[in-house]
Design a protein around this ligand. Structure first.
Ligand code: APR
Ligand code: ZN
Length: 263
């Protein structure tokens, strides 16, 4: 059978969405690279620049130098969380919600861009937490990352809790740290109930997060993968598009709108 063209694949994805009852979108760092945030395992991924072993929970809580390196990471990447903006792919997913074609987004990302693009908070399940907050690991007091960025700009190198002197840590899940229980259970439930799972921008190699599209597959859902690199589920995909998420998802949503007769 000859290879399908990009247009035929996009048409197929639009048909699947138009006919689906419960669409679960599963996203990884690849949906945010067009917003200027590096992914981890792509050609210029973060793990090609810094050592992931510096980002384990154990290292963070036990090694002051590792903590100082982490707090400088955003500056090193030229990132300030308050300035990052959603891109076409995030807005396309939010459009799906407006058309009543999104049950939920299950994301491994900690950038909060799905919510910023307009997906309601209660439809975004953040398996790896969110970098918009920093929490004391001892007493739980929370600070916004914006506030913390001001301390870092003023020269702070390591951050201690003003309440109890404990260690402040970004509210993201580090390697060696469990995913939040409620979000994990909810993600498992929604993954098993969906009839269409669309994976966008994930290599699907980090567990247990990458189990979610597997639960969808096992429950009989159709699997679409939009990713411009290898993934751990390529052979299981009903439709596989190797291209940039922003362009593909914009074209897909435009076709869904015309199929549903919405403007
Ligand atoms: N469009 C489509 N795909 C893209 C784009 C893009 N614009 N940019 C990057 N990609 C692809 C990359 O080729 C890669 O295959 O997105 C994928 C991102 O994979 P990873 O970098 O492994 O990111 P992710 O799957 O989210 O990693 C999971 O690993 O390091 C931990 O906790 C971290 O949540 C993260 C987890
Ligand atoms: Zn504290």
């Amino acid at each position: 059978m000859s290879e399908k063209t990009r247009e035929e694949l996009i048409e197929e994805v639009a048909d699947l969405i138009a006919n689906a009852k419960r669409v679960m979108v599963f996203t990884g760092a690849g949906i945010s690279t067009e917003s200027g945030i590096p992914d981890f395992r792509g050609p210029d991924g973060l793990w090609t620049k810094v050592d992931p072993n510096d980002f384990t929970y154990q290292k963070f809580v036990s090694d002051k130098e590792a903590r100082k390196r982490l707090w400088q990471l955003n500056r090193y990447m030229g990132l300030t969380w308050k300035d990052i903006e959603p891109n076409l792919a995030h807005y396309a997913v939010a459009e799906m919600d407006k058309m009543g074609k999104l049950d939920c987004v299950i994301t491994q990302n900690v950038d909060g861009l799905h919510q910023k693009a307009g997906v309601p908070d209660d439809k975004v399940i953040q398996l790896h937490g969110n970098m918009q907050w920093v929490k004391c690991i001892d007493c739980g007091v929370r600070h916004s990352y914006e506030e913390v960025e001001r301390w870092l700009e003023a020269g702070a190198e390591d951050l201690e809790c003003v309440q109890c002197g404990g260690i402040l840590k970004p509210d993201a899940v580090f390697f060696g740290e469990a995913m939040p229980v409620h979000e994990t259970m909810e993600a498992e439930r929604r993954s098993s109930q969906c009839d269409l799972c669309i994976v966008i921008g994930s290599s699907l190699v980090v567990y247990p997060a990458a189990l979610m599209p597997q639960y969808a597959l096992q429950s009989g859902a159709k699997i679409v993968i939009i990713n411009d690199g290898e993934t751990g589920m390529d052979r299981a995909a009903d439709v596989r598009i190797w291209d940039k998420a922003g362009e593909v998802m914009s074209e897909v949503v435009k076709k869904v709108k015309s199929k549903l007769g919405v403007d």
